[in-house]
Design a protein around this ligand. Sequence first.
Ligand SMILES: Nc1ncnc2c1ncn2[C@@H]1O[C@H](COP(=O)(O)OP(=O)(O)OP(=O)(O)O)[C@@H](O)[C@H]1O
Length: 623
Amino acid sequence: MTTPIEPEQRTSVPMMKWLWSEYLSHHKGWLAVAVVLMVTEGLTFGSLSIMMQPMFDRIFVGGETGSIWLVGLLILAIFLIRAVTALGQRVIMKYVSEKSGAAMRSDLMDHLIGLDTAYHQIHPPGQLIERVQGDVQALSGVWTSLVTGVARDFVAVIGLFSVAMWIDWQWMLIAMLGIPVVVIPSFALQSFVRRKARIAREVSADMSTRLDEVFHGISQIKLNSLEDYQAKRYQRLMKRRVSTETEASFGQGLMSSTVDIMAGLGFLAVIIYGGSEIIDGEKTVGQFMSFFTAMAIAFDPLRRLANIAGLWQAAAAAIDRLLDVFDTKATVVSPPAPVLPPMDAPRVQFDNVHLNYGELPVLNGASFIAEAGQTTALVGASGAGKSTLFNVLTRLVEPQSGKVLLNDTQIETVALDALRARISTVSQDAALFDETLRDNILLGRTDVDDDQLQATLTAAHVADFLPNLPNGLQSPAGPRGSNLSGGQRQRVAIARALLRDTPILLLDEATSALDTKSEAIVQSALDTLAQGRTTLVIAHRLSTIQNAHKIVVMDQGRVVDEGTHDALLARGGLYADLYRLQFRDGKQVSEQPRRPRKATKTYKADQPKRSFLARLFRRPAGS
Ligand SMILES: Nc1ncnc2c1ncn2[C@@H]1O[C@H](COP(=O)(O)OP(=O)(O)OP(=O)(O)O)[C@@H](O)[C@H]1O
């Protein structure tokens, strides 16, 4: 796991150290080989310019035919060395870049998965995907150029300048007159480039979020004719990306362009000064050509070196964003010395639980007991806090105060994975993965034999629909289980829960999106599943919970009544009102299908408070 750096300390040196110690130092050996190859390649630049002198003075001007082969073969040898060293270092750098990128992605993935649910509710999937994929890509692409630049180009420039100095140090000084033209703007441009690179990374993240939303909500987009609207939203982001990327590239390009201006000024000065020395016979043509070649070759690596500051700023922008993620710590964690949770179906007790989402109070002192091995139903208006109670019990969210106990064990004293291993949840939106049905049910388990699997499929009524699938259990479920119907997905979720065989079972409107026939099948599977477990059920259709051992009635985050169906009806409170609205003369009068659950709920501060019944039977907008 990587060590983060505080935002105020994220200057270049600590960031480079972080990159080195966390990801690159593991590849020291390969990097050393690559650097040797780069240095060798860098030295060939200087050697080539040195060869210009004998080529001109001995062969072209001096007419020494005997030197033709020697000089020619030496130049060939230099090019061969370049070919081998360039290829070797390129492959090594690619390997190290991919390996370190993979390590970084894996760390990010581990870290992100461990962060609180609240973090994931604030940061949409597209943004997080862009961090794991895009930011790491941007970074690993840049740092290889940095290493190559520093090792090969730096050595090349030093070698070439040494050759130039050796020929004539005065020419060299004159050629360097334009250096301030490079150095001064380079400093000024750095923060500009970093700012633009960071914005570009943010825009890329927004683009991924938009795509994620569009492709996940494709049916809704089509049904509501939102194609143009969504396309325009995406186009606006692309427009922004084009402008920020262009600006960042302008900043980077400007740094290397200044090298050309410096080169032009340098050559002008050397020709004016050195030209007359050659005409006067003080220097040979070979010396001038050697000097000229050294300087001409040097400007290319020099231009790349001038670009390094810009490249680093782009890398720093990506590192900064990655460190933001690594800096975030999970708050819902296992205790340092966890105790074991009860093995058998426990009594579950909520004791005066208070929870706010931001400013919004959601649970206001909720207290009740779900007896061991019995079924307890939670009913109440939409938004009363029923699902939040499930999230508190599974520690997806932490209450501000109050206790949740399994028998006498407080859930915070239990290790997170041990707690969650005691609980199975079946909800309206069964999360299926893009794998076969078999894999979706087994979820990586290898200890389930064929008989056990078959019995589970039968009990969960999965066996009923298997013959209709082209490859039975081996049929792909499709992305998010899209190849299956809602009822089939729920039966898969029940099969999973049966296999998990946990003492606590949470059913969150598990049958609410189903037609009457599917509901009857799923309900029968759920009844089998609930046997011998402490079961908590959230249901809007009161017909499904009349046989519960206890019904807990919730309103505005607190328990307002509890008892059996008959006792609650006899008391004539909220439950009785609800029941009368759904049933008349023992017959169901309103079959109110529940809207699909939203992935993330957002609180609207200006939402007026509505009465219990009005909220329960609210109409969809526009109806
Ligand atoms: N992640 C969240 N961020 C902010 N508010 C939230 C979040 N999750 C839930 N809420 C709010 O908390 C309140 C209770 O939500 P909860 O899902 O527990 O209600 P519920 O009784 O299960 O409702 P329903 O029957 O509609 O599922 C609602 O007002 C909801 O908008």
